[in-house]
Write a protein of this length. Structure first.
Ligand SMILES: [Zn+2]
Lengths: 238, 349
């Protein structure tokens, strides 16, 4: 299996190639220059690995939530590549992809929960809660008040007897006081593993691909988890 | 290449139209697909950037395939891909550009970053292959009011532009105050036909003597004040008279400044462009003024005045001929300047 994965939903863009169980990744180190960098990065990644497009099984793209603009740059890029190369598109749920990262700092032998928190402003987060071993969601992805997410996380955590929660994402910083006030043991992901990565998206994409969960360039779509502001206001008026 | 024809694709997404066209040899249009979002944005009273971006993303693969199918060509046969990189709404520009870059890389085609206004001007060449620089161009749209000296296919000098509202913006605002809604330009134009253009004397703003710049906000404010005053006096306002008189005031200035620019440059013709170039009064009055002086007026068909991919393809064709290609690191420039910004679209050597 050979999958190209694109991740542009956070502050750093990345691209990854998954070959069987191997993943190699290219990450840009300039914040928010996704448009400029993602296509050259993919081009280099393929050439450096001597991959020709015909060998690819699918294009995977982190579908959001995240920065609206970032989500769209990745999706537009994936659509273009998939259309020209005639490949299926795998929509990777961004929050779930954290459960598929490789983290050498994780404590061993503990029952962990993963909770990615993306800053959604207006005191909200985009967040889901995941079991790291199988990647299944115990609290589904949503745009939610940070306090509400914390309360629901705590309830689940205590009733189901976990040892620790691991937090990811750019929502950690604005929520830090809330995390401290939670009263449950937690760990913050190390800075280098804290944000979205194409390598994690690629690993989840491989599972989705095997499960036949694929779209094409016409049907793949972002997951914003939130309406456009103007759309919300218009509906309120009606 | 197909049958010896050089094929250029043009991609446009700077506002609320997702549009892609295929042009052969810089003269024969093979397809020109336009997916308009106008109905979607009408509910909001104007273009909402976030919503426009979302729709561009959904639309673009369909528009792309349709443009190839209608042209009867394959992507392999396309020689180069041009895309609007600015000016325009950032999020909207991003969609066309991100998609174009992916396609250019995937198909290994040269990429060209196009200035949207250069595209509007080049739209004149679609139906008038005899038109060659140098000439005078007048861009009238929702975002732009520019008198431009077209010195070469890729060399422009701005002689004058608006200092406040673009002409289309002024139309939209007046349409709103007289209750016509969005899009304002065509609605004001239609209603003006039923009114008396001399009923109300609105201010004509010429700025300094000899200036080729424009200011429409004073005229627009005049309309707003007039309506308030009349309503306060308990008078009923004739919306048709307001529309006709506003249009008369604006077009007087437009025509006078265009003639001044012709005087100054000495060119034998004027090419108009942009969505507001569809306005019937602007078309007919500029035509009369040009006829009187014995100079040619070039006006694109309405379909080439509003945003479209054909104009971007035409601009890209001429950029390619003169070696102006972009790198795969092409960015978008929402406030791109036409004189100084063009070089930034080209690949650094
Ligand atoms: Zn335009």
């Amino acid at each position: 299996m050979l999958i190209l994965a694109i991740e542009t939903t956070g502050k750093l863009a990345s691209a990854a190639l998954l070959k069987g169980s191997q993943v190699c990744e290219a990450v840009n180190h300039t914040d928010y220059s996704h448009l400029q960098e993602i296509v050259p990065m993919i081009d280099r990644l393929l050439k450096e690995n001597s991959i020709v497009p015909a060998q690819l099984d699918a294009i995977a793209v982190s579908r959001g939530p995240g920065s609206f603009t970032g989500v769209r740059i990745g999706m537009a890029t994936a659509k273009g590549l998939a259309q020209v190369w005639n490949k299926p598109v795998i929509e990777v749920p961004t929050l779930a992809s954290f459960a598929f990262g490789v983290y050498d700092w994780l404590p061993q032998g503990e029952r962990l929960l993963f909770c990615p928190l993306f800053d959604a402003r207006r005191n909200q987060v985009y967040s889901g809660v995941y079991e790291p071993l199988n990647g299944s969601a115990v609290i589904e992805d949503r745009a939610v008040d940070a306090d509400e997410q914390m309360a629901d996380l705590k309830t689940f955590f205590t009733t189901c007897h976990y040892d620790r929660v691991v937090f990811f994402g750019d929502g950690i910083k604005p929520c830090l006081e809330k995390l401290e006030a939670l009263g449950i043991p937690y760990l913050l992901a190390l800075e280098e593993d804290r944000y979205q990565k194409a390598s994690s998206a690629a690993r989840l994409a491989a599972r989705l691909y095997e499960a036949g969960d694929v779209k094409d360039c016409y049907t793949c779509a972002p997951e914003y988890l939130r309406q456009a502001e103007a759309e919300r206001k218009l509906k309120e008026k009606c | 290449m197909k049958n010896g024809m050089h094929l250029t694709m043009g991609i446009e997404s700077s506002c609320d139209e997702t549009a892609i066209a295929v042009l052969a040899d810089g003269r024969q249009l093979l397809s020109n697909v336009i997916s308009s979002q106008i109905e979607i944005h009408t509910a909001y009273g104007g273009v909402v950037p976030e919503i426009a971006s979302r729709h561009h993303l959904n639309n673009i693969p369909f528009v792309f395939q349709q443009a190839l199918d209608e042209a009867g060509v394959t992507l392999e046969e396309i020689d180069e891909i041009g895309v609007t990189a600015g000016p325009g709404l950032a999020g909207a520009l991003l969609m066309g550009t991100a998609f174009a870059k992916a396609v250019a890389m995937a198909a290994q085609k040269p990429l060209i970053g196009v200035h949207h206004i250069q595209g509007h001007i080049m739209a004149n060449l679609l139906e008038h292959p005899d038109l060659k620089p140098p000439f005078l161009a007048f861009v009238l749209s929702g975002g732009h009011t520019h008198l431009v000296e077209v010195k070469g296919y890729n060399e422009f000098k701005i002689l004058g532009c608006t200092r406040d509202d673009a002409i289309g913006e002024a139309y939209d605002k007046v349409a709103r105050v007289i209750g016509l809604g969005y899009p304002g330009g065509p609605k004001v134009d239609r209603l003006a036909k039923e009114g008396d253009p001399h009923a109300i004397e609105f201010k004509r703003v010429y700025l300094e003597k000899d200036s080729l710049d424009f200011s429409f906000s004073g005229t627009k404010t005049g309309v707003i004040n007039y309506i308030h005053n009349e309503e306060q006096k308990g008078h009923t306002v004739s919306r048709a008279d307001v529309a006709a008189s506003f249009q008369q005031a604006v077009v007087d200035v437009v025509v006078d400044k265009a003639m001044m620019a012709l005087d100054r440059t000495g060119y034998g013709g004027l090419a108009i462009a942009g969505g507001v170039a569809c306005n019937s009064s602007i078309r007919s009055r500029l035509q009369q003024a040009c006829d009187r002086r014995g100079v040619t007026l070039w006006i694109p068909s309405p379909i080439f005045c509003t945003d479209n991919g054909a104009m971007i393809a035409m601009a890209a064709y001429h950029k390619a001929r003169e070696g102006h290609f972009a790198g795969l690191d092409l960015d978008v420039y929402p406030g791109l300047n036409m004189e100084t910004g063009l070089a930034g679209l080209d690949r650094a050597e």
